[in-house]
Ligand binder design. Sequence first.
Ligand SMILES: Nc1nc2c(ncn2[C@@H]2O[C@H](COP(=O)(O)OP(=O)(O)OP(=O)(O)O)[C@@H](O)[C@H]2O)c(=O)[nH]1
Length: 259
Amino acid sequence: MGDVNLTEHELRHADGDFRVVVLGRGSDMHGNQPCAAVFGEPGNGCLVRIHSRCVYGEIFESVDCDCRDQLRQSMAMMRKVGSGVLIYLDQEGRGAGLLAKALGYQLTQREGLDTFSSYRVLGLPEDSRSYEDAVAILRNLGLRRVRLLTNNPAKVAALSTADFQVEQQPFLVRGQSAEARRYLAAKARFGHTISIAELEADAARDRWRWLHKLLRRTWRKPAQETPERAPARVVELPVPTVNPVEQSVTSAQPTDLVS
Ligand SMILES: Nc1nc2c(ncn2[C@@H]2O[C@H](COP(=O)(O)OP(=O)(O)OP(=O)(O)O)[C@@H](O)[C@H]2O)c(=O)[nH]1
């Protein structure tokens, strides 16, 4: 595994500062090393989130997945309770990388395959992530017992296997779009702690909101007619007769008036 160390510094944030730790393995200065935002003084039993990178959700603000929501919820919860560790791993597309994820998206959109089946078609493992870096960070912070924010049983298993005492705290996920609900339903079938019944309730709420909007638009009161405006008229004004003396004063240039 090579020597492992944490480089630590403070980070300013509008909602409250925290510490950042970056995991170094040996003398490797390249790549995006695993890191963590450390809130307060986390001790055993604190909130922990192990988060994998998602450029679509976190940077492009897509609503097709739950990544951004979970990142924000985790930070908000850690701030609220005063401590916690948010580990961020460079594991785009469940560890397969961004290109694989984009190819998977294409298959989902063209062929209707779910996110896991599309990886199978591409000849990729459905999830190739490992959590040894997260384990190394938590051990370096002196933690043995954690409350893990996740719906993913593989993360719970990874920490348990590494001799952590883990209490799972699942997120209540909401599918913000039909695509997001399909993605979440696929995760539920894959074993994530996500309720299909909740997703269906979300879909029903969305349908109702859509119908409500349509009905309101259809039955909206016709706009009140504005009274017809009188046509514009040209007003004939009397032309004033100008005294020749006054005219020479008013037409004088400023320089004339100074002397
Ligand atoms: N292939 C693919 N990957 C996705 C898609 N949406 C998100 N991802 C990736 O899936 C991973 C989601 O990671 P996490 O946020 O740690 O979530 P998780 O494994 O679902 O488990 P939780 O802890 O419950 O959030 C990231 O690597 C994302 O880049 C998608 O539509 N297709």
